[in-house]
Structure formats: structure tokens, C-alpha cells
Design a protein around this ligand. Structure first.
Ligand code: BJW
Length: 237
């Protein structure tokens, strides 16, 4: 928990970091009221089948079912507000312009807290794009203005490639990082999960903030058990 004394090595890594990368997952938004995916009781996948809702095949078979589910999730995201952890990361970026946030989250909460250097690996839930040609929809509509294809949320579903520029930026930032924070992610979904693993393989310190264990392991891993909104303001004073 957040009242345990901080390891001196860890504090030195944090204070000395010149090119930090922060990887965030659904747990980062949990305290803002956005549900995670894989938690046993409260996770979305405990109540809904991802194969039926978060794959291109599901959208092709039952488009309205998928659109209705995303409309419900968009309402949740619209109500959410950034918390003290998001704000701490925005302050860190103000003090360290090289900081990069690589997020798997689709909710835009980092930007709403003031972070600018944010790489979105899994897209954005508040935008639509064409399922056929990929063109983003600028105004609400059902079909694409370019090709007439069906519009869908601009997120990355299972079996789909991540946006190439975002993945390239994330890989580049991690390859140059001198510290990686992995916050609120189960590190189960590829390729995002490989980012902290690559840093550990290169001997770069990785600080993990999570109330639960994850598969990450390595000599340079520091595990902080607890929640993002408790730990981050303490790490980034
Ligand atoms: C707290 C907290 C608090 C709670 N504070 N912490 C190699 C091997 C095996 C499989 C694959 C592979 N490569 C690709 C795959 C397939 C697949 C994959 O990885 N599957 C695994 C499940 C096995 N990956 C893909 O399909 C990806 N595409 C791809 O790789 O293309 C090439 C390819 C395709 C097919 C085959 C091979 C190559 C695309 C992945 C897209 C993921 N999409 C989703 C939905 C996004 C849209 C939407 O929002 O609807 O993205 S699924 C979901 O998982 C969402 C998340 O971004 C993502 C990651 O989840 P995350 O963020 O880690 O959340 P949780 O819930 O898992 O964990 C939350 C954590 O927070 C927990 O640990 C809690 O304890 C913690 N927590 N409260 C801090 N307050």
C-alpha cells in the first residue's frame, strides 16, 4: 500500500529518469469509474463475451449488438473524470518534456488531465471510423462518406493490427527509455504486454503499480502493490 517506505534505489531511478515511459492499462481508469476488462468480479469480460463484442467478426455478424454495447460504454467514459494519478502524470510531463505515456486505454482521460505526449495503442472510443476503408468519420453518421461502408468505434479489436504509427512510436520510446512505469495493466494482451517485458530484458528499471500480481518478472522490476491514484501522486511529488 501507499504508506510503505519507498525503496531508495527506486526513488533514485524516478528522480534521475530523463526519458521515462509510462504504459497504462484499464486499471489506470478504474478509480475514474471506467470498468477494467479482466478483474474477476467487476471486469467487463466477467459479464460480456469479448468474442461477441470486441472482434471484427462480431461486428460483421451482429453490428447493432456491438454498436449498442459501445454506446453504453461511451456513456460511462463521458461521465468519468481524471483522478489524482492522471494529474500527477501530467505534472511529470510538465517537468520532463521527454516523458511519453503509452496507453491501451481508449477513454482520453490522460489528455483530459493535461498530458500531451500520449500514444494511443488501442484507439479512441469517442470516435468512429469506417470498417471497410478505415476513414475516420468527422460527423455522426451510420455509413462512411468516402465508400459507404459501415461505421464502427475507432478502437482495436482482437485479431486486428494496432495503428502502425502508434506502435512504432511506442516501440521507439521504450527502446530509448531509462525507466518504464507499468500502471494498471494485466500485461496479458499483445503487443502492448511486450513493452515492459522488452525493457526488463534490456535491464531497464520497470516500476509496476497494480493491486494484483501480473506475469511481469525480471531483475530490474519494482512491484508497488496498490492503486494508481494512491501511488502516482506519491511517486511524482
Ligand atoms: C489497477 C487498479 C487500480 C485495477 N490501480 N491497477 C501473441 C500471443 C498470444 C496471443 C496474441 C499474440 N499476439 C496477438 C495475440 C492476440 C491478441 C492477444 O494478445 N490476446 C491475448 C488475450 C492472449 N492480441 C490482438 O489481437 C491484438 N492485435 C494484434 O496483435 O494484431 C496482430 C495479430 C493478430 C492476431 C494474431 C496474431 C497477431 C489486438 C488487441 C486489442 C485489444 N483490444 C481491447 C479492446 C479495446 C477496445 C475497447 O475498449 O472495447 O483492448 S481488449 C482489452 O484488453 C482492451 C485493453 O486495452 C486490453 C488490455 O487490458 P488491460 O488494460 O491490461 O486491462 P485488464 O482488465 O486486463 O487489467 C487491468 C489491471 O488493472 C489488472 O491487473 C488489475 O489488477 C489492475 N487494476 N484497479 C492500478 N485502481
Amino acid at each position: 500500500m501507499a504508506n510503505v517506505p519507498l525503496d531508495t534505489d527506486l526513488m533514485e531511478h524516478l528522480r534521475g529518469a530523463r526519458r521515462p515511459v509510462v504504459l497504462t492499462g484499464a486499471g489506470m481508469s478504474a478509480e475514474s469509474g471506467v470498468p477494467t476488462f479482466r478483474e474477476a468480479q467487476s471486469g467487463l469480460w466477467a459479464r460480456f463475451d469479448p468474442v461477441e463484442l470486441a472482434t471484427p467478426e462480431a461486428f460483421e455478424r451482429h453490428p447493432q449488438r456491438v454498436l449498442d454495447w459501445y454506446a453504453w460504454r461511451r456513456e460511462q467514459v463521458a461521465k468519468a473524470r481524471p483522478h489524482a494519478g492522471h494529474q500527477a502524470l501530467a505534472r511529470w510531463e510538465a517537468a520532463c518534456a521527454a516523458l511519453v505515456i503509452v496507453t491501451q486505454n481508449v477513454d482520453g482521460l490522460h489528455q483530459r488531465a493535461g498530458s500531451r505526449n500520449v500514444v494511443e495503442l488501442h484507439g479512441r472510443i469517442d470516435r468512429d471510423r469506417c470498417h471497410h476503408c478505415g476513414e475516420r468519420a468527422e460527423t455522426p453518421a451510420r455509413v462512411c462518406a468516402q465508400c459507404g461502408g459501415p461505421l464502427r468505434p475507432d478502437v482495436v479489436w482482437f485479431g486486428e493490427m494496432l495503428p502502425e504509427p502508434a506502435l512504432r512510436r511506442a516501440l521507439g520510446a521504450v527502446s530509448e527509455a531509462d525507466l518504464v512505469l507499468s500502471v494498471g495493466t494485466s500485461t496479458l494482451v499483445q503487443p502492448a504486454a511486450s513493452l515492459p517485458a522488452e525493457a526488463l530484458a534490456a535491464g531497464v528499471p520497470v516500476v509496476e503499480i497494480n493491486p494484483e500480481p501480473t506475469p511481469l518478472k525480471g531483475r530490474t522490476l519494482y512491484r508497488l502493490r496498490g492503486k494508481a491514484a494512491e501511488w502516482l501522486p506519491r511517486l511524482v511529488a
